[in-house]
Design a protein around this ligand. Structure first.
Ligand code: IPE
Ligand code: IPE
Ligand code: MG
Length: 241
């Protein structure tokens, strides 16, 4: 079956968010260190970005490193950060060529200096691109994001810049990391885990959720198309009848 052919281009999700999970298990199944799985996960990211670009999806957001992931063994964290620097460095020319704008959400300040530099460079170089926005969530968690928003709003109230009565949904969203981005229409999680793990909790209020047992390093265009086809078969009611 040609999955791509069956996708309705007029009903594409505008924003797809992805919880890339299962790298460690993929490596273990092969008798390798967990990091081997992370290395092979880069290919899946590249393929997904390519597929999204070809279809005309506007926003793609990847959960790459959570606030809680800082509790992993230091060696795994270090290698993940090195991998990130390498991947961003290698992929930037391709992003530029394909009209992809790179963005990040999360506590980027907490990343090693080398990562921040590489990211800032890639973000700058791709800042004029408009075809597809690829956002990487790094040192991100919804609890961190929402608490920060609350603190920032409280500070502005204290300074008399905001009237508490004026705090509404629109204003609150403007204090989130994702400000200016539409909410995800579709959230994909790989590896068979049925949870959200602190990802975009505010933003996925009405997102369609798609879980697949495929481990992230095995994820490819075909799986991405399958998720979109599944999404297109659903009826989104947003609380209405
Ligand atoms: C996802 O794969 C990548 C990150 C969270 C950085 P995992 O490393 O969580 O792999 P599993 O879930 O242990 O298999
Ligand atoms: C979620 O995966 C975080 C990322 C994909 C970056 P985890 O592997 O960290 O989540 P849990 O521990 O299974 O909930
Ligand atoms: Mg995991």
């Amino acid at each position: 079956m040609d999955f791509k052919q069956n996708i309705n281009k007029n009903k594409l999700p505008k924003h797809i968010a992805i919880i890339m999970d299962g790298n460690g298990r993929w490596a273990r199944q092969r008798g390798e260190e967990r990091i081997f799985g992370h290395e092979n996960g880069v290919r899946a990211v590249r393929e997904t970005v390519e597929a999204a670009g070809e279809l005309g999806v506007s926003y793609l957001t990847f959960y790459a490193f959570s606030t809680e992931n800082w509790c992993r063994p230091q060696k795994e964290i270090d290698t993940l950060m090195e991998l990130l620097v390498k991947a961003i460095h290698n992929e930037t020319p391709e992003l530029i060529e394909k009209g992809v704008r790179l963005a990040t959400i999360g506590d980027v300040e907490s990343l090693p200096e080398k990562c921040r530099k590489e990211l800032a460079d890639a973000i700058e170089k791709t800042s004029h691109n408009t075809k597809l926005t690829v956002t990487v969530a790094l040192s991100y968690s919804s609890h961190w994001e929402i608490l920060n928003a609350v603190k920032d709003i409280a500070q502005q109230v204290k300074e008399g810049k905001i009237n508490p009565e004026d705090i509404d949904k629109k204003m609150f969203q403007s204090f989130l990391q994702t400000q200016g981005m539409p909410d995800p229409d579709l959230l994909i999680r790989t590896s068979g885990e049925l949870r959200i793990s602190n990802f975009l909790l505010w933003q996925i209020a009405y997102s369609e959720l798609y879980f697949t047992p495929v481990l992230w390093p095995d994820f490819g265009k075909k799986h991405f198309y399958q998720a979109i086809l599944d999404y297109q078969r659903r009826e989104r009611r947003f609380g209405k009848t």
